[in-house]
Design a binder for this molecule. Structure first.
Ligand code: ZN
Length: 491
């Protein structure tokens, strides 16, 4: 079947038909995590959005090179050129090597992504592993005349660049408004203009993470890594650059300026941004005390949660909204998602038990075609999900014997669920969607057996007490009687 995939391009501010630069191949770069803390719902939304796009492009037959970077250097406080690097701060506070901090949180990030059934990208480059490339990139910008050295740091000259190329074209801002919104320089500043941003920062003596450069010991500015690694792994022009809407300005705007300055042309054909998550109507942030990490979702340990939430419920909840809409989280809305997902899983299981009739007693719509059209329309996953529910009604009626379905129709419905529910929406229904709730139930049940055994022993009912111990042993439990009671674990 023909596909006319359209994607909303933040640069053009419209949906555009997706035509890759090289036939059959797609290069996609997505700004990955900054690894100085646990991932939260915002990270999950970006990862799941671009995972779904990655899955769909592959499903359409493209060979996709998906690059998602790891920001492990140069990410300063408040996204500005001042303040301490967050990884360094963590390392100093916890007396760790900075790379220990990076590895610790990166391992946790990977665990979270695996649980959310987010496929690993093709390449996951670290900023710290590309210092030489970043220095070379700065040299190109200096040669082009759009940067200057100042006291051991190198800054991008935004006003000069803006005279030749429009700065702000991605976010729709203009330099005059930006200047009036910025504090003026105090004369001591190394920058020529408050809009200038660091390409290279001189390291102060207490700075742990620094590298030699033609401008002295220092470290690269945050925006630079993405321009550099994008070019290195995807070429000077590539198809898709993605990330959260919060990165549009200044991060992606600065990336555009850097690549135009260094290469003479734009690097990215389609800019794709996923919208933000709000928590009960409020912006997510530590100051609002509504900052829930994925670990806290999985364990249920947060005052805003009534219990553990399965990773698949989070994935489904995120895909129930279009990626360009804001998504408001509340525990109630997650519970509604859990119920909805449970229904679809039950339907999916019923599908294999359906007995085909000679011919269908109703006309079944071509849901597969409709669902493809929804995916082609800027990845409209909520509409895909609505077709799955429409199909569910038919499957459930057939399962209850109210209607008959032909083998052909049953096969089509199976295909619909296999392609859209399992493959593209990425529902891993093998996992327990009730998450920690059932883990709690299981622990409670074994504890109850221990209680019964204890009572049996107290009444010298050795037969019951031995039966419980032996049967649990057979099931793979290790039961130990201790002085204070009993301990159990799974062998
Ligand atoms: Zn980036």
């Amino acid at each position: 079947m023909d596909h006319n995939l359209s994607l909303y391009n933040s640069l053009a501010r419209m949906k555009q038909p997706f035509v890759p630069l090289h036939e059959g191949h797609v290069g996609m770069y997505v700004c990955g995590p900054t690894v100085y803390g646990d991932a939260h719902l915002g990270h999950a939304r970006a990862a799941i959005t671009f995972d779904t796009l990655f899955r769909y492009l592959r499903h359409l037959g493209y060979k996709v090179r998906y690059v998602r970077n790891i920001t492990d250097v140069g990410h300063l406080e408040h996204d500005a050129d001042e303040g301490e690097d967050k990884i360094q701060k963590k390392a100093r506070l916890e007396q760790l090597e900075p790379m220990e901090v990076v590895q610790f949180y990166l391992n946790r990030y990977h665990d979270d992504m695996k649980r959310l059934n987010v496929l690993p990208p093709s390449i996951e480059p670290h900023a710290s592993g590309h210092i030489i490339e970043q220095i070379e990139y700065i040299k190109k910008i200096l040669e082009a005349g759009y940067a200057y050295e100042s006291n051991g740091s190198v800054y991008f000259d935004v006003p000069k660049y803006n005279r030749d190329h429009p700065y702000g074209k991605l976010s729709g801002r203009n330099i005059e408004d930006l200047i009036s919104a910025t504090r003026s320089l105090d004369g001591q500043d190394e920058k020529h203009s408050p809009l200038d941003f660091a390409l290279w920062k001189k390291a102060s003596p207490e700075h742990i993470m620094h590298w030699p450069s033609p401008w002295g010991e220092g470290f690269p500015g945050w925006h630079l890594e993405c321009s550099t690694m994008g070019e290195k792994y995807l070429g000077s022009t590539f198809d898709i650059h993605g990330g959260g809407l919060d990165l549009l300005f200044p991060h992606h705007e600065c990336e555009i300026a850097q690549s135009v300055a260094a290469q003479g042309h734009d690097a990215v054909k389609y800019w794709v941004h996923n919208n933000m998550i709000t928590i009960e109507g409020k912006k997510m942030g530590k100051s609002y005390n509504n900052f829930i990490t994925l670990e806290q979702f999985f364990s249920g340990e947060h005052p805003l949660l009534g219990g553990p939430v399965s990773p698949m419920v989070i994935r489904f909840f995120i895909l129930q909204a279009h990626y360009r809409s804001t998504l408001d989280f509340s525990y109630e809305s997650l519970q509604a998602s859990e119920k909805a997902l449970q229904k679809l899983i039950e339907t999916y299981k019923r599908l294999s038990g359906l007995q085909p009739a000679e011919k269908s007693s109703i006309e079944v719509a071509d849901y597969k075609k409709l669902a493809y059209e929804a995916m082609d329309d800027d990845m409209n996953t909520p509409i895909v999900i609505s077709y799955l529910f429409d199909a569910s009604k038919i499957i459930n009626s057939a399962s209850a014997g109210e209607i008959q379905l032909s083998k052909d129709d049953i096969d089509k419905l199976k295909e619909l669920f296999d392609i859209f529910f399992i493959e593209l929406l990425g529902m891993n229904i093998g996992t327990d969607i009730e998450g920690g709730n059932s883990a709690k139930a299981y622990e409670g049940a074994v504890d109850l057996l221990m209680e019964i055994r204890k009572n049996a022993k107290a009444q010298k009912d050795w037969a019951t007490s031995d039966l419980i111990r032996d049967k649990l042993n057979d099931l793979g439990f290790d039961i130990k009687d201790t002085k204070t009671g009993v301990e159990w674990s799974v062998k």
